[in-house]
Design a binder for this molecule. Structure first.
Ligand code: KDG
Length: 324
């Protein structure tokens, strides 16, 4: 058993974004013909917070949910995962955002967003607790927040700027969502966040799309030129790689039977960040990220199979036998 994170000291990580209710078709089915759905919590930044909390960190999620039943559900689930939600605001009238999705591997999963005008998109700079940001070690933000609404983008930029002023690191995962913006709109929306980020966590297809080059190494250079000190690229079935501009690291994928890839990038971020802060060993962090990402793909929901620290250490140490 992993001990619950210590909430008395400074938080390790703050993630900022939209927490949503997700309804996943179970068993997998096209949405128009699905009749049974499982309801749980989703949202890139809140997945990262859950992943970090499972790995034993004090992780704070900052965002907004509605004053509705789904907002209550989201908060209860996050609390049950030991995520600190004491900085989540409840919007008076806007509803908690909803995703209804299929769960599929080997064919495109259908994803329907009901998040226009959601509580999460009402996030604004005044929602950011700057004292908490100044105390924490690391802030994680994704491009989804930057394209949700102008006020959500301003909040993310405010948090990133405050973090850098107080010497705290910032990771940015572009998380391109073509339903929310075009690539050109996203590039514009990300410009300030890219300049604040100390670390980029990006998938190879997003990196090449944003940088406008088919070459992944050239795309990493594009991010380094915008200010980041480390670019970590998720390459799916080819594993992951990273560069700081002078050194390169890479590691193969961890093999599992994939049920559903959605949420694996967030899981990667949690595994990578958790291990990175042990001793800045980039290769070890890549391994932790790829294993955490692989485990997340073994179930339909984004967060169900995220490992505890003991699980992750056992797998990294080569031990995967049942504990009995
Ligand atoms: O990364 C997983 C997310 O895609 C999912 O939880 C929902 O935030 C989400 C989105 O916008 O797709």
């Amino acid at each position: 058993m992993t001990d619950p994170p210590d909430r008395r000291g400074r938080p390790d990580f703050v993630t900022i974004g939209e927490a949503l209710a997700v309804f996943i078709a179970v068993p997998p089915a096209r949405l128009a013909s699905a009749s049974d759905f499982r309801c749980t919590v989703a949202g890139a930044e809140c997945n990262v917070a859950v992943g970090l909390a499972r790995l034993g960190h004090h992780a704070v999620f900052m965002g907004r949910v509605g004053s509705d039943a789904l907002g209550e559900m989201v908060l209860r689930r996050l609390r049950a995962e030991d995520v600190d939600v004491s900085h989540v605001r409840r919007s008076a009238h806007a509803p908690t955002g909803v995703i209804i999705r299929d769960s599929a591997y080997g064919r495109p999963a259908e994803v329907a967003y009901y998040r226009t005008g959601s509580a999460g998109s009402e996030l604004e700079p005044g929602d950011i607790d700057c004292d908490l940001i100044a105390e924490c070690r690391h802030v994680h933000i994704s491009g989804i927040t930057a394209v949700l609404s102008p006020s959500a983008r301003a909040a993310a930029e405010h948090a990133a700027a405050e973090a850098r002023t107080s010497g705290c690191a910032v990771s940015f995962d572009p998380n391109l969502r073509r339903r929310l913006s075009t690539v050109d709109e996203a590039r514009d929306a990300f410009a300030r966040l890219l300049s604040f980020a100390t670390m980029i966590l990006v998938s190879a297809d997003e990196a090449t799309a944003l940088a406008g080059t088919p070459d992944v190494n050239a795309a990493e250079e594009w991010f380094l030129e915008r200010g980041a000190g480390l670019v970590v690229t998720k390459r799916g079935t080819e594993g992951a790689q990273a560069t700081d501009g002078s050194q390169r690291w890479s590691c193969p994928p961890h093999q599992v039977s994939v049920v559903d890839p959605i949420g694996s990038g967030d899981a990667f971020a949690a595994g990578f960040l958790s291990r990175w802060y042990e001793d800045r060993d980039c290769l070890a962090a890549l391994r932790a990220g790829t294993v955490t990402a692989a485990l997340a793909m073994t179930t339909a929901a984004d967060i169900d199979a995220l490992p505890t620290r003991a699980d992750l250490e056992a797998i990294l140490g080569g031990g995967i036998d049942a504990r009995r």
